[in-house]
Design a protein around this ligand. Structure first.
Ligand code: FES
Length: 267
């Protein structure tokens, strides 16, 4: 009877690989881009100032629950905020879009590689020998993504209403007229890109496509599933484009509010 030889390779050391391509470029670029966004958004959230300019409201502060602004939903002051803690209106809301992105299937794959090197890239040795995956604490918490999706859909509606408000400009005499400024377009582009990102969510595909065994009987759900699947094919692109646009929208409103940039009225 012929003998069978089984080759058992020893586990790779951290960073060891047979790959000859520049596999490290993508994780390094992801690390730099995400770090830059986290640093900027944290700084902007702590400012609690220059988040509005006329009818424009920064998406980092929308919905504005409390604040000395016409955009505020419930008044100027938060009655229950502990005075010993630093306060910003952004703290009240940023957990929602932040949690949505943090638990996104695409970003998980990206930051597991870029920040935890677990693994740094496909077929590259990783620093840990035990793999516990997302079945155990703490990564099992990533499964709340579906619930963040529900909240993100609500945020989209709010940002859409911000675009509507950005179409109405107040004159010095108090009258309000329809118009379009560069800021209107910036906010509109932002909500469009966020929509492409949110509606291409994997969880939305599951929600629309789950139990969809008889496509002909549920044409609306089938169309929603096809739409989500179509957007999902470029989910990475939507993720990065919308991340950039949300940061740029805040920057645009901030610099206009500080008088550094001038908002041009197109209409
Ligand atoms: Fe990326 Fe849901 S999977 S937003």
């Amino acid at each position: 009877m012929p003998s069978v030889q089984v080759m058992v390779s020893s586990p790779r050391r951290f960073g060891e690989t047979a790959r000859r391509d520049r596999w490290w470029v993508q994780p390094v670029a992801t690390f730099l881009a995400l770090s830059a966004f986290i640093l900027y958004s944290t700084w902007a959230a702590f400012q609690n100032a220059h988040y509005e300019f006329g009818a424009y409201l920064s998406p980092f502060y929308s919905p504005l629950l409390f604040g000395p602004s016409v955009h505020a939903w419930f008044g100027a002051e938060v009655p229950w905020w502990p005075p010993v803690l630093p306060y910003s209106a952004a703290f009240l809301i940023l957990w929602a879009p932040g949690g949505f992105r943090l638990t996104c299937y695409y970003y998980r794959g990206a930051y597991y590689k870029a920040f935890w090197a677990d693994p740094p890239s496909c077929t590259v040795g990783e620093p840990r020998s035990r793999y516990r995956g997302e079945q155990a604490f703490p990564l099992i918490l990533q499964n709340v993504h579906r619930y963040f999706l529900y909240v993100a859909l609500g945020f989209l509606l709010v940002l859409l209403s911000d675009v509507w408000k950005a179409l109405w400009f107040a004159a010095p005499d108090g009258s309000v007229s329809f118009g379009i400024g560069i800021g209107t377009l910036v906010l509109a582009a932002n909500v469009t890109l966020l929509g492409g990102y949110t509606f291409g969510c994997h969880s939305l595909r599951h929600l629309t496509g789950g139990r969809l065994d008889a496509v002909g009987e549920r044409p609306v759900r089938a169309k929603a599933y096809a739409c989500a699947s179509c957007l999902n094919r470029r989910h990475m692109l939507w993720a990065w484009a919308s991340l950039f646009s949300v940061g740029f929208s805040d920057l645009y409103v901030r610099l206009c509010s500080m008088g550094i940039w001038t908002d041009v009225r197109l209409l």
